[in-house]
Design a protein around this ligand. Structure first.
Ligand SMILES: [Zn+2]
Length: 112
C-alpha cells in the first residue's frame, strides 16, 4: 500500500499527538494518586520497621520467613491497609515488603 503525502503527514501528526497525550496523562494520573501512594509507602515502612524489630529481637537471619501473625505485635495500629486495596506481601527478612497494587509495586523501602 502506497500512502499519499498528505495522508502520511496526518498519520505522523496523529502518532506524535498520541505520544504526547500518553506521556501527559501518565504524569497526570501519577500526580493524582500520589496521596494514596504516599500512604501506602508509609504502610510499607511500618511493616519494614516491624520486620527490623523482630529481626533484632529474635536474632533472625537474612532470608528468614516472618508471618503476619509474628509481625502484628509490633504494629501498634494493627495490620496496615493499602488505601487502594492492595495486598501487602511481607517478604523475607532483608527484603522489602511490597504492595500488590500495580501503581505501588515500584516502591522499595530504602536499605538502611
Ligand atoms: Zn498499596
Amino acid at each position: 500500500m502506497r500512502l499519499t503525502k498528505p495522508l502520511y503527514v496526518i498519520l505522523t501528526l496523529v502518532v506524535i499527538v498520541a505520544s504526547v497525550m500518553l506521556v501527559y496523562f501518565q504524569f497526570f494520573a501519577r500526580k493524582q494518586s500520589s496521596p494514596a501512594q504516599t500512604s501506602c509507602l508509609a504502610n510499607l515502612r511500618l511493616i519494614d520497621g516491624a520486620k527490623a524489630t523482630i529481626e533484632n529481637e529474635k536474632n533472625m537471619m537474612k532470608g528468614a520467613v516472618v508471618t503476619k501473625d509474628q509481625l502484628l505485635p509490633y504494629l501498634p495500629f494493627g495490620w496496615p491497609v493499602c488505601p487502594k486495596g492492595g495486598e501487602y506481601s511481607i517478604g523475607k527478612i532483608g527484603d522489602s515488603p511490597k504492595c500488590s497494587d500495580p501503581e505501588h509495586s515500584h516502591y522499595q523501602v530504602p536499605p538502611d
